[in-house]
Write a protein that binds this ligand. Sequence first.
Ligand code: PGA
Length: 251
Amino acid sequence: MRKKVIAGNWKMYKTPDEAKAFVEALLPLVKGHTRNEIVICPSATSLSTVVETAKGSNISVGAQTVHWLDEGAYTGQTSPKMLTAIGVTHAILGHSEPRTHDSETDERVNLKLKACVKHGIHAIVCIGEQLEERQQNLTRDVLLAQLAGGLAGVTPDMADNFVIAYEPVWAIGTGLTATPEQAEEAHTIIRTALAQHLGEDVAAKMRILYGGSVKPGNIAALLAMPNIDGALIGGASLVAEDFAKMVKYEA
Ligand code: PGA
């Protein structure tokens, strides 16, 4: 059985005060919940606040990106060493927004993934096709290329340190969710490719999350699919009550 991961990606929303209020509202709602893993990824300015507020709870805290070096002359960047120093345990890599706006590439995802492994940060490695690629029947090719690039040189012993998130770009923030069948088809392609890269056993254990307009009303149907092992949730993760509903969704 793969334990499901319910992760909130807050993107560029919430000040530290708003983040604190969210966690204070969420804590009683998910108290004692152990069935699914809970991760919140606030923006950089709220990481410390969320770590402090969630301390001792079942909530883990992730960054939305990370550099691959420990330190250096890289204005604007945050290193894995800096994140672990403040209690951050997870990081999102390869999200389509930085792929579009901030020159995130498969090569960089690969460097960052290896840096996360080195520092014991759990990476959420995002991959996914654009609408035109799906329309041209290229979904499979895109997923295989992103996996090959992102996982180059990654070995089976690193596999406990990351999960994959399938995020079709056309479904992110659009309200257009992949159907459970579309998502399952992509997840099956990903799991088969993981078996080729890292072996059958590792692939069978690897969690593959779905992301793209997940909401309280559609999470159960998506996560009922055999190869969907969690959700990476943007917009609908911003309200504590909604996020709690998704953490505790009933199968
Ligand atoms: P969304 O975002 O849930 O708002 O579509 C998902 C994501 O970008 O991870």
